[in-house]
Write a protein that binds this ligand. Structure first.
Ligand SMILES: *Cc1c(COP(=O)(O)O)cnc(C)c1O
Length: 387
């Protein structure tokens, strides 16, 4: 009798149909103009934060996502950090973030001196549950002079950061309505969701500001890199200023009007980004094919299912997600053990942030769904070009 872990290992192999020694969780794919643009960038000597590829990548990302303004920065975490500063998050504030997200979302809140306030997710999207959030805020917060205040800590709750987990769009309409009703600035963490849309509109363009990551493990990469998306010209100008040492433009004077940051994306990284963006449609098609292959391969195992894009949304399927039934959640570690021992790199979803040492003392709503998801999710090898 095969164990569930062995059956799952067999299904992954069947879906991938490649006798590779080792299949990583996610590796980048450089099959277009990457070398050419990098060489061009080096030949131009403009390898740092000024150069034509930075401007070009910003323009092309704006066209692709439909955002009016895009500002490139050194990584997704700094993009979140800057966005939070821009909406006025400061020391003593709280920011609502899902307990179930990558640690960077909460780290960025801490960089502002604010504290993350963790909330629950929903199984349908893997993102923040708007109904649970509304109900929670109704009894745990109050409005004081147009500011949402946490009743038990007395601190302002300044912002809300929904995350599109693994590229699957969360219920952004529901969350925008909560943000409006409770006076919260909504910043979208679309780090993982380049290429994902919600009712046809690109993720990251719904909030006041949205961010994307181009880390090496994301759908497209610039080595390290991030982007801030906004439709607000004043915010866009402020972001650019703040991320380029707050220098006032002048032919020779070094005048800075506040403590700025050196967070501009270098031209070298943007050159890689321009080439990667050209490949994006192909990469997205490949990820969708991989989803179908896994879905088919797992059909015979009734205790597991492959997470499918929520209705009304189109996911980039960044990381393929196997969802275990409650009845077999206790076999998650055996599944991780067997697949990894067979050269198939699988990973559990992140540990809930409210349980990690740097965050365990911060406010946290009841998070039963996030806890359940944490125990039941296994990410499968998801690189493009696997099928
Ligand atoms: C990757 C990621 C980030 C941070 O992006 P970096 O470019 O790695 O700094 C933030 N949030 C989420 C959800 C991510 O997956």
């Amino acid at each position: 009798m095969k164990t569930l872990a062995e059956a799952i290992t067999g299904s992954i192999k069947k879906a991938l149909n490649i006798p590779k020694e080792f299949v990583p969780l996610h590796e980048p794919c450089f099959s277009g103009n990457e070398s050419k643009y990098l060489q061009e960038c080096i030949d131009s000597t403009f390898v740092s934060s000024v150069g034509k590829f930075v401007n070009r990548f910003e323009k092309e990302l704006a066209e692709y996502t439909g955002a009016k303004h895009v500002v490139l920065v050194v990584n997704g975490t700094s993009a979140l950090h800057m966005s939070l500063l821009l909406v006025g998050v400061e020391s003593g504030d709280e920011v609502l973030v899902p307990a179930l997200t990558f640690v960077a979302t909460a780290n960025a809140v801490r960089y502002c001196g604010a504290v993350p306030h963790f909330v629950d997710s929903e199984e349908r999207t893997l993102g923040i549950d708007p109904e649970a959030l509304r109900e929670y805020l109704q009894h745990s917060s109050e409005q004081r002079d147009g500011v949402c205040v946490n009743r038990s800590t007395g601190c302002p709750i300044r912002a809300l950061i929904p995350v599109h987990i693994f590229g699957h769009p969360c219920d952004i309409d529901g969350l925008l309505a909560v943000a409006k009703d409770f006076n919260l600035n909504l910043i979208e963490d679309a780090a993982e969701s380049l290429g994902s849309t919600y009712h046809g509109q690109h993720t990251g363009t719904f909030g006041l500001l949205g961010i994307i990551s181009f880390n090496g493990n994301k759908t497209i990469t610039t080595g390290g890199g991030g982007a801030i998306l906004t439709d607000d010209p004043v915010l866009a100008k402020r972001v650019k200023h703040l991320t380029t040492t707050a220098k006032l433009s002048h032919r020779w004077e070094y005048k800075h009007d506040e403590v700025g940051y050196n967070f501009r994306m270098p031209n070298l990284n943007a050159a890689l980004g321009c080439a990667q963006l050209e490949d994006l449609p192909e990469l997205l098609a490949s990820k969708r094919r991989l989803f179908r292959c896994y879905q088919e391969a797992f059909q015979d195992i009734p205790q597991v299912s492959l997470f499918e894009e929520p209705e009304g949304s189109r996911s980039n399927y960044w990381l393929q997600t196997l969802l275990l039934d409650d009845s077999v959640a206790n076999q998650r570690d055996a599944i991780l053990e067997t697949t990894n021992s067979s050269g198939l790199m699988t990973r559990p979803i992140w540990k809930l942030l409210n349980k990690l040492a740097p965050f365990c003392d911060f406010p946290c709503a009841p998070v039963p769904v996030a806890e359940s998801l944490e125990s039941r999710i296994v990410n499968l090898p998801s690189s493009t070009g696997l099928v």
